[in-house]
Design a protein around this ligand. Sequence first.
Ligand code: PLP
Length: 424
Amino acid sequence: MSKEFRIGTKAVQSGYFPKSGESRVVPIVQSTSYRYDTFDEVGNVAAAKTPGYLYTRIGNPTVTDLEKKYVELQGGIEAVATSSGQSAVVYSIINIASAGDNIIASSKLYGGTYNLFNAILPKLGIKVSFVDPEASEEEILSLAKENTKLIYGETIGNPGLNVLDFDKFSSVAKKLDIPFVVDNTIATPYLINPFEYGANIIVHSTTKYSDGHAVALGGIIIDGGNFNWANGKFPDYTTPTGPTDLIFVDEFREKAFSGKLRVNLVEEFGAAQAPLNAFLTILGLETLHLRMERHCSNALSLAKYLSRHPKVEWVRYPYLESDKEYGRAKKYLRGGASGILTFGVKGGIEAAKKVGESLKVASIVVNLGDVRTYVIHPASTTHIALNEEQQRSAGVTPELIRVSVGIEDIEDIIADFEQALDKI
Ligand SMILES: *Cc1c(COP(=O)(O)O)cnc(C)c1O
């Protein structure tokens, strides 16, 4: 699709183009396998001499259509879909680093990613140096070692709602000549194109705002095509590797990252996206621009309402003028800061739970990023395994309630919070 089109047009139109007489809407190719007339045709597809499909773990037309749509929306040169956001995060790391390597990561991360980096990757021999994302460039650079292979951060952290300092992180990556990997799940392609701010690889959990209706688990990794894998630090890209002894920079050139990802990880580790999930995610993406606009405006209105409420101690939303992240949010995010806000009620944990459980429009759900409004009280739920001190260092205080603001009418959302706050 033409690069000139704006994001809403791309959201609706890009990815799948039917030929004359074909179905207008992307078909769900619910098949694991594909038939051929001759063995030679199969051989040519297997050797990547001709394009085609053999087996759905390696590729599926509906999944390809999702990948094409995502590249149009997010930029970059190639997207690879996976079965979940979590598998996308794992793959984005192990496609670059292996046993004996080190990575640098922001310490303000999604819980699942934090656990992966803190407890699982070290078992595979990959050490993670966590850094406070507010540390100075010099402090971050001082963590680098000979074998440091990438730097990782999230556009909008959760529940800390910190906005990543892209200029600083990309400057570190450039100085170290390593890729800058960004999880853009919460911001979505609607609010920012991290490739414009120095990212080399972008990952998303499409389970959240991309799907937007809480019906399909999925992840995607986008290759910016803007990193030189032949700089001497990445021998897996420049020497024969993998089951077929490919030299990835020769075989796939600017798509070395995504080519290696498909051949080595999606194919051999097997966390491929299901065709039905790809279809549902495509359907969701067609309204991404409308939903995000509404998520952002509803979240800002609710944040303003809560910040004036006498029973509310504090409110955090990066697009509130009083918020500590406001400057950075305005600099990097186009028109809003997504649908997540946090607030603290006066009266601590019991008052917080009472308010959360009194809501009627909003429901108690651990997920975020779909059309419905959700609340969660992290101290008594998602972070219950941590003691109070550990909770505080993860940004979770006893009174904190996280809201994933949906796209319902804002008057009804506000009235709901009003009646719940009246209960304390
Ligand atoms: C949910 C989430 C993930 C993990 O994605 P799943 O689809 O649940 O596997 C990763 N990063 C962020 C920021 C998330 O919100």
